[in-house]
Design a binder for this molecule. Structure first.
Ligand code: UDP
Length: 335
């Protein structure tokens, strides 16, 4: 049996990983969350279906308690999601991001080393690349320079350095850093989805506009150097992103480590996403043009070759219509 700690397991991506891990018989999963943005009810829902999930309410900023908890439990692996992740908020509250993301990650890794928990999976982000120069390239490769352009991206970039330096100094410590592109959608069975309050992410905002939770939505910037002037992102379904974590655990089990992009390798503009949501829902909701949002790069598309070839990760839901459909069905259920 593997004992796996999932920090932030009550959140959107974390809960989908908890679900997939719980579907494998030989895992014992502990969710650690402070419920600041995640939901106890999400974990309760999963616990009612799977008996292999434990839950502990704890804030990662309580470093002494985290240390005691890690020493007491001695996990085989940690999957670290707990973090703040809204780009515009990070511009307004940088210290929150450096403390929640970088400082708490450094402490968690210290606790891992001290408790001999030597397998670590880290939720990083495409925001570490900033505005990558994609001239002559289809997508960003993992070896491209890291130039984050907002505090969120910098807070994750610094965490990556902490992880890599730790692995260099402590040879037993092994990591997989997953750089997420734009995650969206929900599990098809409708059990869990994105419940985030005050959502800012495009597909969730569009789904909320379809069901009338919002009267209208905005396109932030129509003057970017892209085909239709709106930003381009690589949208990945949450269940494919979750399965990447299971592949990463297997990879660590083989004593390997590394950094991997998690995306599909192609992008859609904001206008294309909105059009798709309109077509999938059959609702022609109100959209207005607004100025650019601070901290947004024009284009972020992954090169996902490394992940697919080295981890045998096979995405199943590379379909924007399916992503929009599952996001919308989940949103309708929340109403
Ligand atoms: N966006 C938008 N309207 C919204 C939300 C997002 O035009 O209501 C744009 C945003 O400016 C960016 C893209 O959609 O260009 C993706 O933003 P999101 O917040 O979903 O993810 P991010 O790329 O910032 O992580």
């Amino acid at each position: 049996m593997k004992k796996i700690l999932i920090t932030g397991g009550a959140g959107y991506i974390g809960s989908h990983v908890v679900k997939q891990l719980a579907e494998c018989a030989d895992n014992r999963i502990t969710v650690l969350d402070n419920f600041s943005t995640g939901f106890q009810s999400t974990v309760n829902t999963l616990q009612s279906k799977y008996s292999s999930i434990d839950m502990t309410e704890l804030d990662l900023s309580h470093w002494d308690k985290v240390s005691d908890f890690m020493k007491k439990n001695r996990f085989d692996a940690v999957v670290h999601f707990a973090a703040s992740l809204i780009v515009p908020e990070s511009v307004r509250k940088p210290l929150t991001y450096y403390l929640n993301n970088t400082a708490n990650t450094a402490n968690l890794i210290k606790c891992c080393v001290e408790s001999e928990t030597n397998k670590f999976i880290f939720s990083s982000t495409a925001a570490v690349y900033g505005e990558p120069d994609l001239t002559g390239k289809a997508g960003v490769t993992e070896d491209m320079p890291l130039n984050p352009i907002n505090p969120y991206g910098r807070s994750k970039c610094f965490s990556e350095h902490v992880i890599k330096d730790t692995a260099f100094a402590y040879e037993d410590f092994r990591f997989v850093i997953l750089r997420y592109f734009n995650v969206a959608g929900a599990s098809e069975d409708g059990l869990i989805g994105q419940s985030t309050l005050n959502a800012t992410h495009l597909i969730k905002v569009a789904a909320e506009t379809v069901i009338g939770k919002r009267k209208k939505m905005s396109i932030f910037g129509t003057d970017y150097p892209t085909k239709d002037g709106t930003c381009i992102r690589d949208y990945i379904h949450v269940d494919d992103l979750a399965s990447a974590h299971l592949a990463a655990l297997d990879y660590l089990q083989e004593n390997k480590q590394g950094i991997f992009n998690c995306g599909y390798g192609h992008g859609y503009s904001v206008m294309e996403v909105i059009d798709t949501m309109k077509r999938v829902s059959g609702v022609d909701f109100l959209v207005e043009e607004a100025p650019r949002r601070e901290g947004d790069p024009a284009v972020l598309i992954s090169d996902s070759f490394k992940m697919k070839s080295m981890m045998n990760w096979v995405p199943k839901f590379d379909d924007l219509k399916y992503i929009c459909k599952t996001a919308l069905e989940w949103e309708r259920g929340l109403k």
